[in-house]
Design a protein around this ligand. Structure first.
Ligand code: NDP
Ligand code: 8X3
Length: 267
């Protein structure tokens, strides 16, 4: 927790699921009065509720700034850092978590709009956010602790499956980008770390099925998925290692899962 002292952390997609849980976990772990959390997503009202709940749980010690940001819009990402109040620009950790899946359609029936939404959010959004923040990290020079980029990938990026071709391709792209970036930054002390969850129960499946809650619930029937907190703990763990330790890559399953779609169901 001492290692978070004085830091400013940006989380994308903090209005729900893993991003929201990660915000709480950082707040709980932070030394009192000495952490700034910038929470971003499209739903600003939900972000404000998250910020209020964090203050309720951990007190006013942690400063929380909700910022409306659609990572799929390059112009919004470009004006993100310049739009922050001066005292919030000294960013140390970027958690690239915003992401989504749309549908289970297979080629040649995949909607163009869904393809674009997934790529623009999961890939271009993540790359643009990284490019927006990296100059802040690089300006610190090569001494330790100059900055962390934590990308949320997925088992889907390692094991592509039918009905997920676009989503899987986006997460494979995240993986390639993380691995290239780590090599590009080898002479710096910037840490590029990827956390790849297996099945986590969040709004993910509700979004996949365009708001159809019963279809989403069926995904989790008879299984015991991870909770968003389980992944949040891993994200905060990798961010709080000694400066010279890079947890480059992490794959996290619930115990009944052993691959994308390799699930043991009780019924
Ligand atoms: P949720 O749907 O619960 O959360 C997704 C978050 O992303 C929301 O806060 C949403 O906020 C945000 N988001 C979506 N589109 C945009 C956008 N264009 N700009 C900014 N924020 C956006 O799902 P999860 O918590 O499960 O997903 C988080 C990450 O975890 C994703 O990258 C997902 O691919 C990954 N993941 C999830 C797994 C799972 O099984 N749940 C497994 C492996 C990886 P808003 O709508 O307010 O913009
Ligand atoms: C989410 C995991 O396998 O349901 O990234 O697509 S999967």
């Amino acid at each position: 927790a001492k290692r978070l002292r004085g830091k400013t952390i940006v989380i994308t997609g903090a209005s729900s699921g893993i991003g929201r849980a990660t915000a709480f976990e950082f707040a709980r772990t932070a030394p009192k009065n000495d952490l700034k959390l910038i929470l971003t997503a499209r739903r600003i009202d939900t972000l404000k509720e998250v910020a209020a709940k964090i203050r309720e749980e951990v007190g006013d010690g942690v400063q929380v700034l909700p910022v409306q940001l659609d990572v799929s819009k390059p112009a919004e990402v470009k004006s993100f850092v310049p739009g922050l109040p001066e005292e919030w620009r000294d960013i140390h950790v970027l958690v690239n978590n915003a992401g989504l899946v749309k549908g289970v359609a297979q080629a040649p029936h995949i909607e163009e709009e869904d393809i674009n939404t997934m790529f623009n959010t999961n890939v271009t959004g993540l790359i643009n956010m990284t490019q927006a923040i990296l100059p802040i990290f690089k300006a610190r020079g090569s001494e330790g602790g100059s900055g962390d980029i934590i990308n949320i990938g997925s088992i889907a990026g390692r094991e592509p499956y039918a009905g997920g071709s676009i989503y899987c391709a986006t997460k494979a792209a995240v993986r390639s980008f993380s691995d290239s970036l780590r090599k590009e930054l080898i002479a710096t002390s910037i840490r590029v770390m990827e956390v790849d969850p297996g099945q986590v129960e969040t709004e993910f499946s509700v979004v996949r099925f365009y708001g159809d809650k019963s279809k989403a619930d069926a995904v989790y029937a008879g299984v015991d998925p991870l909770t968003p907190d389980d992944i949040a703990e891993v994200v905060v763990f990798v961010a709080t290692r000694r400066e010279n330790v890079v947890v480059a890559d992490t794959l996290v399953f619930p115990s009944h899962q052993a691959g994308a779609g390799v699930m043991h169901r009780k019924s």
